[in-house]
Design a binder for this molecule. Structure first.
Ligand SMILES: [Zn+2]
Length: 256
């Protein structure tokens, strides 16, 4: 049974914050507020209080609104234990295998090192919904700033194993560039080609491309498909470990 109501709040240039409401208790949270203004405006517009700020990792464009939002709303903040010393103002920290409750909606915590060393994702199995921060994007994944390709491949594997209907709410609108890149490494994927056309149209209309689903990503996101035969063949890496194929895809995207 779905327990969460999710609203997308565009912030900064291409970030997304998300306003979560658990309807039974009225508990509310905002995920990754990289700036305070649009989040406070959304709360005011809806006449809502705020209980929690939920953070996936320490980067400025995900946490910069935290202090002002805390000051203005009196809310608490939860974030990754591995980044406690890098995020000022955390009231609660979470790590792999633990949970975070927003009213009756309970998130399971996955540690997903790669983009940052302490990055966590929040998975609400009853909905099911995943807040993936800068680990998994629509048709992409986060850059490897603090860990290597093998670590990120393992992290993405945790997310890929979730039920295919899981909705994925990620930290950025990078989808159009990701789609164009994906076609260069997986050019014969008909699902990807069809999806890329829809994405071009959606972005022309100014529509967000989130949420995606785990099932759609497994079918079309090259960063989850490093063990697929067509991609291996295209990259001439038929016998390499999947983590190495993933690393090559990431390297090419960094150069794109
Ligand atoms: Zn980041």
């Amino acid at each position: 049974m779905a327990r969460l109501h999710v609203e997308t709040i565009p912030i900064l240039r291409d970030n997304y914050a998300y306003l979560l409401t658990e309807p039974e208790t009225g508990s509310t949270a905002v995920v990754d507020p990289g700036e305070a203004g649009p989040v406070l405006a959304a709360l005011e517009q809806r006449g809502r209080r705020l209980d929690w700020v939920v953070l996936t990792h320490h980067h400025h464009d995900h946490v910069a609104g935290l202090q002002e939002i805390k000051r203005r709303t009196g809310c608490k903040a939860v974030g990754p234990r591995g980044e406690y010393s890098r995020i000022a103002g955390l009231d609660l920290t979470v790590a792999e295998g633990e949970s975070f409750a927003l009213g009756h909606a309970v998130a399971e915590i996955f540690e997903t090192p790669g983009h940052t060393a302490g990055h966590v994702c929040y998975y609400f199995p009853d909905d099911p919904a995943l807040f993936s921060g800068d680990t998994l994007f629509v048709l992409g994944c986060g850059r490897l700033f603090e860990e290597d390709a093998a670590a990120m491949w393992t992290s993405l594997g945790k997310l890929a194993a979730l039920p295919p209907e899981t909705k994925v709410y990620c930290g950025h609108e990078y989808t159009l560039a990701n789609a164009r890149f994906a076609l260069t490494v997986d050019p014969d994927n008909a699902d990807l080609a069809a999806r890329a056309r829809k994405i071009e149209e959606a972005r022309e209309r100014g529509e967000p491309t989130v949420p995606t689903t785990i099932g759609e990503e497994l079918a079309t996101n090259p960063f989850l498909r490093a063990d697929s035969a067509p991609i291996r063949q295209h990259l001439a890496m038929r016998d390499d470990p999947a983590a190495a194929v993933f690393g090559e895809i990431r390297r090419r995207k960094d150069l794109a």
